[in-house]
Design a protein around this ligand. Structure first.
Ligand code: TPP
Ligand code: MG
Length: 542
């Protein structure tokens, strides 16, 4: 019989896992031993939060399972913010943590064993889809198999697997990999088709659940000649220049008007959350069709008039098939060009030049990972990647500090060159990961936009009529800091042409690099950040 650690690693291999992100402790070293002999690459990070962020970044860029390995107690707890982000963003992330030895645990008693936590799994309950515990040898294989199965089964969310440390080294019966889940689809949809046949101004709202359904969504949009708004997670489902793409966030009045005017909205793979709908001030549309695997999620925030429950690609294709082509694509293209031109007049010119520089420097196959920083909010709202999974935003849960560690994972997903964009505040959450970047030679370019403070909070304070307090930051010599870790770095001033040139050069070179951007004049936060939302009142009742 193999050890518990080998059983787990074999199950990960059977799932096709290629990389695990982790930080060792005396409790989980048996997993390191099993990985030593495995085809799976082990990337050692410098903080457990980075392991979970990197697993999430990998999962979002690749669509595959991201795996984070931690030790007992504080190691497990250190992942929580990142697991919460993965939960809110529905990422298939598996956290494998240890527990104290099963022989030392006594129910109901806290005995002060190293790293002991009264109920470690309970810490994870609000931020995972399921928890799986192996506190006896026979449970290791079945718990691990079920955890992996749950983590990759749609609708995805993170999953927590806990194994008592002594069981990793002890012999365990083999786990049996669960059979793949049914690619279910229930394209009922007569009512939906009727609503759309009668619709005069249909509109598509595309969320992260549609990321792997791009061709079907495109076909449906073209048949209907409908404008398409994408949430942050749905960015790229239509490529730039597509005649149906609005290419603006709904927080811009010119784009929001399209929603207000629509008589039938089709929401695909989205729960129409507060961040996207200005806390539900976007009105209930006259008719709402939802395509979603998660029936409850689809109807949480808005009343759904017709639900197609199932895989987005299957349901959107079936719906498109049942509809005649309406024509009018050229006219829609012209109209949306006009909408964008009108909207541009109200946008910060410096931000538009930043977005241009990004489009110039990052190739079509590149993956951008944005942090909770002002340039990141601009990318979230206004950058259209050439395909889904090429723009990551931690909203989600709004976790500052996401971009750099998640970028480590995104860069290893094999999708294309990766660029993480963080502010001077968010980058310092995980700057120790410069060591990981250098040691593992991860092909990531990290952009640090240094405005000497928490720019977003400065803006909030000033907007509220106050002066700055507690929001200016002492920042280090970032170029020197990167250099100390052996990471190539350079600095530019401002987010425009010089930035675009330097970024293009760094992205073309797969060696790890850091680009410091000095911006004493911060960009204005865009209309999609909450203090700038234009809608205020009225929530729909679902
Ligand atoms: C974990 C976490 N802590 C705090 C915040 C609140 N927050 C949002 S943006 C921000 C400022 C970030 O500063 P920086 O990274 O320098 O970006 P900038 O706003 O200057 O562009 C803060 C503190 C958050 N979203 N997440
Ligand atoms: Mg800043």
């Amino acid at each position: 019989m193999a050890s518990g650690a080998h059983v787990i690693v074999e199950l990960l291999e059977a799932e096709g896992v290629e990389v695990c992100f982790g930080l060792p402790g005396v409790h989980n070293l048996a997993l390191w031993e099993a990985l030593r002999e495995s085809s799976i690459r082990l990337v050692g990070v410098r903080h457990e939060q980075a392991a979970a962020y990197a697993a999430d970044g990998y999962a979002r860029a690749s669509g595959r399972l991201g795996v984070a390995l931690t030790t007992t107690g504080p190691g497990a707890a250190n992942t929580l913010a990142a697991v919460g982000e993965a939960w809110a963003s529905r990422s298939p992330v598996l956290v494998i943590a240890t527990d104290i030895p099963s022989t030392l645990r006594r129910p109901g008693a806290y005995r002060g064993v190293l790293h002991e936590t009264a109920d470690q799994a309970a810490m994870f309950a609000p931020v995972v889809k399921s928890t799986h515990l192996a506190h006896c040898a026979d449970a290791v294989g079945p718990a691990a198999a079920l955890a992996i199965d749950q983590a990759v089964a749609a609708p995805t969310r993170p999953v927590y697997l806990e194994v008592a440390t002594d069981l990793l080294a002890a012999e365990a019966p083999p786990g049996i990999a669960a059979p793949p889940a049914d690619p279910a689809g229930s394209p009922a949809g007569d009512h939906a088709a009727e609503l759309l046949e009668r619709a005069e101004r249909p509109l598509l709202w595309v969320g992260s659940g549609a990321r792997d359904a791009a061709p079907a969504v495109r076909t449906l949009a073209e048949r209907l000649a409908a404008p398409v708004l994408t949430s942050y997670g749905g960015a790229g489902v239509l490529p730039p220049g597509h005649p149906c793409l609005v290419g603006l966030p709904p927080h811009v009045p010119e784009a929001g008007r399209l929603w207000d005017e629509a008589d039938v909205v089709v929401a695909i793979g989205s729960d129409l959350d507060g961040v996207q709908t200005q806390n539900f001030a976007q009105p209930q549309p006259p008719a709402l069709i939802a395509i979603n695997l998660d029936a409850a999620g689809a109807a949480t925030n808005y009343r759904v008039d017709a639900l197609l429950q199932g895989d987005a690609a299957v349901c959107a294709a079936a719906l498109a098939e049942s509809l005649p082509s309406r024509g009018g694509l050229d006219e829609l293209h012209r109209r949306l060009n006009g909408v964008r031109a009108d909207a541009c007049q109200g946008l910060d010119g410096a931000a538009l030049r930043f977005l241009d520089a990004i489009s110039f420097a990052v190739p079509d196959e590149g993956v951008l990972v944005a942090d909770m920083c002002i340039p990141g909010y601009w990318l979230a709202g206004f950058h259209t990647p050439h395909a889904p999974r090429r723009l990551q935003v931690p909203l989600g849960w709004g976790t500052l500090g996401y971009a750099f560690p998640a970028g480590l994972g995104a860069a290893l997903a094999g999708a294309g060159p990766a660029v993480a964009i963080a502010g001077d505040g968010g980058f310092l959450f995980a700057c120790g990961e410069l060591a990981t970047l250098a040691q593992e030679e991860i092909p990531l370019t990290v952009v640090v936009v240094d405005d000497g403070g928490y720019g977003m909070l400065r803006y909030d304070q000033e907007r509220a009529g106050g002066s700055r307090f507690g929001v200016d930051l002492h920042t280090p010599d970032f170029v020197g800091l990167a250099g100390a870790f052996g990471v190539r770095a350079e600095a530019v001033d401002g987010l425009e042409d010089e930035f675009g040139d330097a970024l293009a050069r760094q992205v073309a070179d797969p060696a790890p690099s850091l680009l410091l951007v000095r911006t004493p004049e911060a960009l204005m936060p865009p209309p999609n950040t909450s203090p700038n939302w234009y809608r205020r009142a009225g929530a729909p009742s679902p």
